[in-house]
Design a protein around this ligand. Structure first.
Ligand code: IMP
Length: 426
């Protein structure tokens, strides 16, 4: 059976959670392949509303096996509290036990990663990346720098070995933090850093982590082997991406990017599935653009219109609550993402654009680097009730066909509202 991936085609926050939640019923496996709890996937379904950060959105489907893949980084405290939230939303513990699998190769976020993220950001001053402060950059640095610890080792090491490993890494990081950031800490830049990394705190971190590994251990396994076997038996597998192509460390707006791959190729890397199996890649794109954190954003809307769209689209970070910058649609971004392997689009939040007289759509950049727009006539109709493509107002159809024409990729899904059923499939 071919494998499907869902990836963000802009700067994250495109509504991937909604798309995965809507289609995951057609799959046997739902696999997160990148990022960590920097992601926030908002789900509205019959169980209520919840923001998922680490657990794949398929968890609310009774049969779907949910995998946290090798490409993900796991913050044990956050994962455990998210598991409890999911259970409070009606997923029984036995079902979670059966269906949630964590890769033994996924790296673990340690207390120093979060502290270092915060200190590195403060030290950048005006060049801040605007990270989510979840330790993502430092934990992926440790992964490639070969100082990290993976879930398999974390839960299977003898207690004595874990204590020794933790103590050694803790003091290595205290040394780094003191050498580089002592001045900043003394100036009160991070009270948390001081408290989390003093001698007496090592033992309380160890105790907390030992308790967490106990509860997480039953979920840890060699997920790549599970997925190989499933693929060979013809299982339907959905790979769920976090962030978006333009936050990818290679293809995004470096250095204002995240630290793990967000591309279709990254979906194979972060799950262990053979690239040849990945024949369907759904690129999720908002009908306009948003960006949170720092970095270039050429189509950013000026003035009060931006605030109006932010409010209407509820454009506030699902993880950090930060207001997102809002911009006009940018088809050059989508064309770029399409070149990395998108085979169909899911366009989200089209309903938010209703009521605009004109919609400027960026189609290219001039030699001065400024966006070149083509203006589209807007629509006033509320499209939230539309269930078929044919029911959409002519102006909406025209805009969607233009996206197809400019990117060479067909629009397969159109999300017309936050609820699971508010989606048009073509
Ligand atoms: P980090 O991933 O926390 O290191 O943040 C790096 C950049 O990626 C910052 O600009 C963040 O705002 C952005 N970012 C990370 N995760 C997400 C996400 O899930 N949605 C949108 N932006 C994100």
């Amino acid at each position: 059976m071919p494998v499907t991936a869902v990836i963000g085609a802009q700067w994250g926050d495109e509504g991937k959670g909604k798309i995965v939640d809507a289609i995951s019923g057609d799959y046997d496996f739902c696999v997160r392949f990148n990022g960590g709890n920097n992601a926030g996937h908002t789900i509205h379904n019959e169980n209520g509303q919840m923001v998922l950060h680490l657990i794949p959105a398929g968890i609310f489907r009774e049969r779907v096996v949910c995998v946290i893949g090798n490409g993900v980084v796991v913050h044990p405290q956050s994962l455990w509290s998210e598991m409890n939230e999911v259970m409070a939303m009606g997923v029984p513990l036995e079902s979670m036990r059966e269906r949630l699998k964590i890769s033994s190769r996924a790296h673990v976020v340690m207390p120093w990663h979060i502290i270092l993220d915060e200190l590195q950001e403060s030290a950048r001053g005006r060049e801040k990346i605007g990270t989510t402060s979840r330790g993502i950059g430092p934990v992926f640095s440790d992964k490639t720098g070969r100082h990290g610890i993976r879930m398999g080792d974390f839960v299977r090491m003898r207690e004595r070995e874990f204590r020794a490993w933790f103590t050694n890494e803790f003091y290595r990081n205290v040394t780094i933090i003191k050498a580089l950031y002592d001045g900043m800490i003394a100036m009160g830049f991070s009270q948390e850093a001081e408290e989390a990394m003093n001698d007496s705190s090592a033992d309380s971190h160890i105790r907390e982590l030992l308790a967490l590994r106990e509860v997480l251990a039953p979920y840890v396994c060699e997920t790549e082997e599970l997925l190989w076997e499933a693929a060979d038996k013809g299982a339907r597998i959905l790979l769920e991406g976090a962030q978006g192509v333009h936050l990818d460390p290679d293809f995004g707006t470096y250095p204002f990017v995240t630290s793990s791959p967000c591309t279709p190729a990254g979906a194979c890397l972060g799950s262990g599935l053979r690239p040849v199996l990945l024949t369907r890649v759904i690129g999720v794109a908002k009908a306009y653009c948003t960006r949170v954190g720092s970095g270039p954003f050429p189509t950013c809307i000026k003035g009060s219109l931006q605030e109006a769209l932010r409010k209407k689209g509820n454009e506030y970070g699902a993880t950090t609550g930060r207001p997102r910058l809002v911009g006009w649609p940018d088809l050059t971004l989508l064309r770029y993402s399409a070149n990395l392997g998108v085979t169909e689009w899911a366009i989200t939040k089209l309903d938010v654009l209703a009521g605009m007289r004109l919609i400027p759509v960026c189609v290219a950049y001039g030699s001065n680097g400024k966006p070149i727009y083509k203006a589209f006539r807007g629509w006033n109709e509320d499209i939230q009730q539309c269930t078929r493509f044919a029911e959409l107002p002519p102006a909406v159809k025209k805009y969607l066909r233009f996206i197809e024409e400019k990117t060479g990729v067909p629009v397969k899904y159109i999300s017309t509202g936050p609820k699971r059923e508010q989606i048009i499939t073509r």
